[in-house]
Design a protein around this ligand. Structure first.
Ligand code: GLA
Length: 695
């Protein structure tokens, strides 16, 4: 085999240069944004050896390996590998590379695909070609980034405070973000990003990886001083986190990693986010209808289901322009509070003696869609299901795991448990005309062992069973739209997003706290997926009181909805809400298809963000005053428009506070980006929203 350098990727996209070797896996010598001048041979000449997408100690690699596994000491050669290429097919569109290690008795296939948005996605599949079991501990995809990368940014968080950004300067060593919650998690790294100094929204070079998996997973960033062999090398990567003994490959069996998505951008975090957004917008599950204004009844009634009151809410909702009504938790089994009923997906005889027909029909008669809440992977000890099948939960060591929110995890890897929940959900979805399902998952998985795995961990199998359950229901009910909830924000990743059209971004409905959650969740997910609800005047989460216009101006930049007992709202508030709904409807096509722009202003109390139409003919921008300002208001900069076109600026937020009028005549995109509009007068907890239209 002649060593050859290959470039995967086209100009403007994320690219990878791979170098063939006769006696080892191909190495990735470069990852970045491809330009018309990117030259694979030059990169190889200048760039050294690079690193394999599956680094192995046998090739002189002192960092974290890509593969960890063994055969329980029976065959000593199995714990460290030296894969030899067998069949390597690489072209500009991607790669499929087959390798084997005859001593370790393992086969490896690495696939690289170019996907929409100019991202790459990569996965490994390993096969046990031996005659004894192979105990797999970790299999991860690794990519090199250039030495000029010095900073990292990723996310952490907790319930109602998801996607908190954290930054650090990269030093030698390993930055390992492990998630062991059995779901994607509030504290998931989400996109592990690194870049040139001062990672910012609108400028700078950035590289990011995302592990598309809704169970335990890892993101990794490592810098290794490799001494004389090669310059210092920084790598990014990730894979699934396997618990001890979780994956044992029998002879002939295989394991595939989740897809690991990789993106590079030369125009900052917004450029990287645009790649993920374009990818999601090209997926079949992407919503292809206007995102309906939604009223979710949770914070209006909680568990107190009363038909009269729920109808009244629907009537009022229809009157002000709501288009979808979601009946949340509390409609099934003995679910009068959060300690009972999960697992019994039958209409509660106490509160729904005639089933759900009276509310479903009422809502449809008003012309609204009807949505329903489920938490399919959960069971309360106080449920008919648990009483009949106490062994249908994930557990280990004969212990009952500690409850969280009074609930256990239903072991979907047990065929009978899977069939039970599939059967009950199918019956409800077949009986009523249900337009959307909000799919919750309110607790983390602790000690996720299963009888089906002889007591060994089964989080991988449970995650796969979740995908199977949702996929089966999608096939049975193709008209239903699915939403990933998980206590708000707890299961947001590109794997679940291949199956759902919406995420409940966070249980945090306090608009001030929501600003940050939406701003940063949008690093992966575009606004049309991000459920964003106008709460009541006083937040249930924080106790804070926020003005209605600020609550609406925040929800406008997501999939707009309401989560408030609007029967208690004043006439003035209802009228204002109705006007905001009209604004949302008028602009949602643009808000849900354009490029997201976020600004780093020096003033911490003011934020600017907006959406620019793909053809740059229009945009909507918000100037958000989070707090009192340290200085005079900074300029309302509007970047991202066509510099040579002139735009008419109109104010569209109906609240009109603060008192502020944009310039009357058209102004150029160049001036809007450079000088900007004057900053609206200081007024904490306000949003000033403008529409720009090319004259
Ligand atoms: C979770 C969800 C909420 C609501 C409740 C119901 O917390 O995130 O929106 O559905 O469960 O119990």
């Amino acid at each position: 085999m002649t060593p050859a350098a290959h470039l995967i990727g086209a100009p403007g996209e994320t690219g990878l240069v791979l170098l063939d070797h006769p006696d080892r896996l191909p190495t990735a010598v470069w990852c970045g944004v491809v330009t018309p001048d990117t030259n694979a041979e030059d990169i190889v000449t200048l760039g050294g050896h690079g690193v394999s997408l599956l680094p192995e100690a046998s090739t002189i690699w002192y960092g974290r390996p890509g593969l960890a596994g063994h055969r329980g000491g029976t065959e000593p050669g199995a714990w460290s590998t030296r894969f030899m290429p067998l069949d390597v097919a690489i072209d500009e569109h991607g790669a499929r590379m087959h390798a084997h290690d005859p001593v370790a008795a393992l086969g490896l296939v690495t696939e690289i695909e170019r996907v929409a948005g100019g991202l790459l996605r990569i996965r490994h599949t390993i096969t046990n070609t031996g005659t004894t079991p192979y105990f797999l501990e970790a299999l991860e995809v690794v990519l090199p980034v250039p030495d000029r990368v010095t900073e990292a940014l990723d996310f952490t968080g907790r319930w109602a405070r998801e996607r908190v950004p954290q930054r650090h300067r990269i030093g030698d060593g390993l930055w390992l973000r492990e998630n062991r919650r059995g779901k994607t998690g509030f504290d998931a790294a989400t996109v592990l990003t690194c870049g040139t100094p001062g990672i910012a929204f609108g400028s700078g070079e950035v590289w990011g990886v995302h592990v598309a998996w809704s169970g335990n997973h890892r993101h990794r960033l490592e810098r290794t001083p490799l001494g004389r062999i090669s310059p210092t090398i920084t790598t990014l990567g990730g894979g699934e986190l396997l618990l001890p003994g979780e994956v044992t490959l029998g002879p002939g069996e295989s394991y595939a990693t989740p897809w690991v998505y990789a993106g590079a951008a030369r125009d900052g975090l917004d450029g990287l986010a645009a790649r993920f957004h374009a990818f999601l917008r090209a997926t079949p599950a992407h919503p292809h209808s206007d995102r309906p204004v939604t009223l979710n009844v949770w914070e209006a009634v909680f568990f107190d289901h009363d038909l009269g009151r729920l109808r009244e809410l629907a009537d009022l909702a229809a009157r002000i322009g709501v288009e979808r009504y979601v009946l949340d938790d509390g409609w099934f089994g003995g679910r009068r509070h959060d300690a009972a009923g999960l697992g019994d997906w039958l209409e509660s005889p106490d509160v729904w003696p005639d089933g759900l027909a009276p509310i479903v029909e009422h809502v449809h008669a008003l012309g609204l869609q009807f949505g329903l809440w489920f938490e399919p992977e959960m069971v309360n000890a106080d449920s008919d299901l648990y009483r009949a099948h106490p062994d249908w939960i994930l557990a280990s060591g004969g212990r009952i795991p500690p409850e969280e929110r009074n609930q256990h995890i239903l072991d979907l890897t047990q065929p009978a448990a899977f069939a039970h929940v599939l059967g009950q959900m199918t019956a409800v979805l077949a009986k009523y005309d249900i337009d959307s399902v909000k799919w919750d998952h309110n607790r983390d998985v602790i000690e996720g062992g299963s009888a089906t795995a002889a007591g060994r961990p089964a989080v991988h199998a449970q995650t796969a069973a979740f995908y199977r359950l949702l996929s089966t229901l999608r096939t049975r009910f193709p008209a239903v739209e699915w939403e990933s909830c998980a206590s708000g924000g707890g299961r947001i990743d590109l794997a679940v997003l291949s199956l759902v059209s919406r995420v409940w971004t966070s249980d945090q409905n306090d608009a001030l706290a929501r600003q940050s959650i939406q701003r940063w969740t949008a690093q992966l997910v575009p606004p049309e997926y991000l459920g964003a609800h106008v709460s009541g005047p006083r937040s249930h989460q924080t106790g804070r009181r926020l003005p209605l216009d600020f609550r609406c101006g925040t929800a406008l930049f997501g999939h707009f909805g309401i989560e408030w007992d609007i029967t208690t709202a004043t006439d003035a508030d209802l009228a204002a809400l109705e006007r905001w709904i009209q604004v949302y409807k008028e602009h949602r096509a643009l808000l849900h298809s354009g490029r997201l722009i976020r600004l780093d202003l020096a003033e911490p109390g003011a934020w600017v963000h907006g959406i620019v139409a793909p053809d740059r003919s229009a945009a909507v921008f918000a100037y958000v005053q989070l707090d009192d300002l340290d200085h005079e208001p900074p300029a309302f900069l509007i970047p991202g428009l066509a510099p040579d076109r002139r735009y008419l600026v109109t104010r569209i937020d109906p609240g009109r506070r603060p008192d502020y009028t944009p310039p009357p005549g058209p102004v150029s995109g160049a001036s809007l980006a450079d000088v900007g509009l004057s900053g609206p007068p200081p007024a904490p907890l306000t949003t000033t929203i403008v529409h720009l239209r090319a004259a």
